[in-house]
Unconditional design. Structure first.
Length: 205
């Protein structure tokens, strides 16, 4: 390969959210920025649904282990491995949510594309990743206040943010990538349906 040739992976693809407001307006048409916002909205919804699912599994595992006072070392080691695996997945899921939210904040800080999205997608702190019930170290007898992640309304699509007269936007929105992002809000419903079966499987731990 000649020195003046470059490989395809030598350049970083910059999405609208990666650019400053001035560069975004100069390099991207508004419809493309709006499209990324829709993708990030679906990504944030999907991440929250997965985060709640994982927290249910962790609490189910903890409650199941608490029922067995006498456990062998093998059982304890296995449970600890499962718990650590879930915690790793939770951290990754929280990272994806925060990344999507930061992108949305860069694209729509004034909530013009989707009014109220900042109330729906709050900043996720480490202390927010808890529940659905009390933690193992929570011995208080007062009223229990759940984390905001359990109070988010059921997923919904953001309002249309692109013009149907734009052939580029129309092509993208009718493609497989947009179709995939449009199905993300259904994850919460599916997770709710499979959760009882998942919790039933904890009896085998």
């Amino acid at each position: 390969m000649r020195d003046n040739e470059t490989t395809g992976d030598s350049h970083k693809l910059l999405l609208p959210s990666d650019l400053s407001t001035e560069d975004r307006l100069a390099w991207y048409p508004p419809d493309i920025s709006a499209l990324e916002f829709r993708f990030r909205y679906a990504q944030a919804d999907d991440s929250l649904a997965e985060l709640r699912r994982l927290r249910r599994l962790v609490q189910g595992l903890r409650d199941q282990n608490a029922k067995h006072i006498h456990q062998t070392q093998r059982t304890v080691t296995r449970a600890q491995g499962l718990f650590e695996g879930f915690q790793t997945r939770i951290r990754r899921c929280a990272g994806r949510y925060s990344h999507a939210r930061n992108a949305m904040l860069a694209l729509d800080p004034n909530q013009e594309l989707s009014p109220g999205w900042l109330q729906r997608f709050q900043k996720l702190n480490e202390g927010d990743i808890r529940g659905p019930g009390r933690g193992a170290d929570d011995t208080s007898e007062g009223k229990f206040t759940p984390s905001w992640i359990w109070l988010v309304p059921r997923p919904s699509h953001p309002p249309p943010t692109t013009s149907s007269n734009d052939p580029v936007a129309t092509t993208i929105m009718s493609g497989p990538l947009f179709t995939l992002s449009s199905t993300a809000p259904k994850v919460e419903s599916i997770g709710e349906q499979i959760n009882p079966e998942t919790n039933h499987n904890h009896n085998s731990f």
